[in-house]
Design a binder for this molecule. Structure first.
Ligand SMILES: *[C@@H]1O[C@H](CO)[C@@H](O)[C@H](O)[C@H]1NC(C)=O
Ligand SMILES: *[C@@H]1O[C@H](CO)[C@@H](O)[C@H](O)[C@H]1NC(C)=O
Length: 303
């Protein structure tokens, strides 16, 4: 069950080595993360993974935890008393066997969730580890999820990952900078992935490049950044929808992709994506190929 950390994010290398390394593994960079679980129209987890479009599926959400509450999953109509969530175990394993990483997202719009004290944070982290990351029996069956997508302090979980099998930590801040809730956690630099949500706020979308540059230069090179976008018009009523054609045109992604810690695109959510076929249309252009990397290397050397 060992899950090795993917090549480009964990090497304590110098900047030069990082670039060389990126060059050598360029084919593997640039993927799509998808949020799944908040709409019955998502389709099954298995069918989501079987599209072959995704590098990461974010199960949304564990929306109740902390301050002595009994933690609860909320996967809309996907599971509940009528279809226990541990029935998802074979689907999760199916995804993992097909090379898709499966993360649990904490948070969401309903809650309640909060952490009342450092002791509470430790308790929640133990709960997450025991129930979702260790293969012991938990609400999703006996699963070894590949990571936890965070809205709380990551430090406690990091101690678990040092002792045992490696798992990923990610955060999904809004594009406002710095993120009010997550900034302290982000500055631990412990997040392997940062999914910056460009889909919540119109103002920042007008200046997508400066917002992107602020985020990607703030975090470390080993904190891979994904551009979070709505997968359909209706998926983010408060944000601006960028069509796949425009995203892939010379205007946006080819520029974004030159950032050394670019990881790909994160989509909210699978329901919108399934109807709009967004990931089908961008899956090739999110990848970084050798020519993109050469461009970015030569750009750096002129600075
Ligand atoms: C943390 O867990 C321990 C042991 O289960 C319990 O005694 C303690 O009250 C919990 N603390 C909080 C803040 O929930
Ligand atoms: C990234 O590197 C920093 C040191 O620059 C280290 O403290 C941090 O733990 C690393 N994060 C990950 C996700 O590997």
């Amino acid at each position: 069950m060992a899950s090795n950390k993917s090549s480009s994010t964990h090497q304590p290398l110098t900047l030069l080595l990082f670039f060389l390394f990126t060059l050598s593994s360029a084919h593997a960079k640039g993927g799509i993360a998808i949020s799944w679980g908040q709409n019955n129209g998502d389709g099954t987890l298995t069918s989501t993974c079987d599209t072959g479009n995704f590098e990461i599926v974010l199960l949304a959400f564990l929306d109740t935890f902390g301050c002595g509450t009994t933690p609860e999953l909320n996967f809309a109509g996907h599971c509940g008393p009528w279809f226990p969530c541990d029935n998802l175990q074979p689907e999760i394993e199916h995804c993992q066997r097909n090379g898709v990483k499966v993360f649990l997202s904490l948070g969401g719009t309903f809650g309640p969730y909060a952490l009342c004290s450092p002791e509470d944070a430790k308790n929640v982290s133990d709960y997450l580890y025991n129930n979702f990351l260790s293969g012991k029996t938990g609400p999703l069956g006996s699963v070894y999820l590949d990571g936890i997508d965070f809205h709380i302090d990551a430090r406690e979980l990091d101690t678990h990952r040092k002792q045992d099998r490696y798992f990923y930590l990610s955060a999904a801040p809004q594009c406002f900078f710095p993120d009010y809730y997550l900034d302290d956690a982000i500055r631990t630099w412990l997040f392997d992935y940062i999914f910056v949500q460009f889909y919540y706020n119109r103002r920042y979308q007008y200046d997508i490049f400066s917002s992107w540059n602020t985020w990607t230069s703030y975090v470390k090179l080993n904190n891979t950044v994904f551009m979070g976008l709505p997968a359909a018009h209706d998926a983010a009523p408060r944000g601006i929808y960028i069509s796949p054609q425009f995203l892939c045109s010379d205007e946006i992604l080819p520029i974004i992709k030159q950032t050394p810690n670019y990881g790909g695109v994160m989509l909210w959510d699978r329901f919108g994506d399934a109807n709009n076929h967004y990931s089908d249309q961008i899956k090739d252009c999110v990848k970084v190929d050798d020519s993109d990397v050469r461009d970015s290397l030569s750009e750096k050397s002129y600075r």
